[in-house]
Design a protein around this ligand. Sequence first.
Ligand code: ADP
Ligand code: MG
Length: 313
Amino acid sequence: MDTPPAISIKNLVKRYAPAGNAPAKLALDGVSFDVPQGQIFGLLGPNGAGKSTLINILAGLVMKTGGSAEIWGFDIDADSRNAKRAIGIVPQEVVFDPFFTPFEVLENQAGLYGVPKAARRSLELLGQVHLADKANAYARTLSGGMKRRLLIAKALVHMPPVIVLDEPTAGVDVELRRQLWELVGELNAGGVTVVLTTHYLEEAEQLCDRIAIINHGQLIANKPTRELVEMAREKVVVVTLDKPIGECPSHPAFHKCEKTGDQVIEITYDKDRSNAGEVLSLIQGMGLGIVDVTTREADLEDVFVALTSRAAA
Ligand code: ADP
Ligand code: MG
């Protein structure tokens, strides 16, 4: 039997009305996808793609223009109470009342969700995000990293099966990023379905089981991470020649040849059909002398660029 999805989004549309100097904006243009239970799911896209709009619709903070969404089987319109209880949202912006302690922040949030005192887990949650020793410190004395971790604990007070992190690592340093990745992994290992938005390809590639890519409000890919990376079939060999050349050599085996210097050419080929050795002997066969060679594997970035430029064409 198939496990029902943690989140199911159908034909979601958001059109922002014009306001002040801002023109009307179609931020989501009919987006549909499911987030499987138990995964770390990455919603990847450049700034302005529509990621936060989508998350904020799920959070009940933005009114959608069309389409529908279910969280843990609960429709966000027809069953908004249960839908809200099934999800914890970690916003991108870090905002706290500076006069509350982390413990109080969690107790207040639990109160908002109607979690009875006996069922609250504020100290346990603080432990989970490695803030146990800061339970009674003022929020304003916490470092940026601690605040982000506190926000994650805050999203968990009602024990939602799904947690969504909107750009958890935008603008954070390497060390904090590592900490947050670790925490996301721990949460997921504990059974929580995690959705995170990011514009960092490396982050999505390292962390996520599955990746959906949106660009200009449209879904352009939705695949297991490995398959998406597999799409990067192209390889590049960078060749330094023994003398300057005028034109790039061409051959049916070369997808592309670019001159990147007087004596340097970059040849792109399909790694399933050819290999670097063949490319080099073709070049030598054209009477060109080779001084140096490096190869480059296409990565998720190349896939992303290929997909987004295809969508734009
Ligand atoms: P992302 O999170 O992927 O960076 P957003 O969802 O924040 O993208 O924004 C998508 C598009 O919608 C952008 O062009 C943005 O300028 C526009 N937008 C976002 N919020 C509003 C708003 N409140 N009013 C008008 N336009 C908005
Ligand atoms: Mg955003």
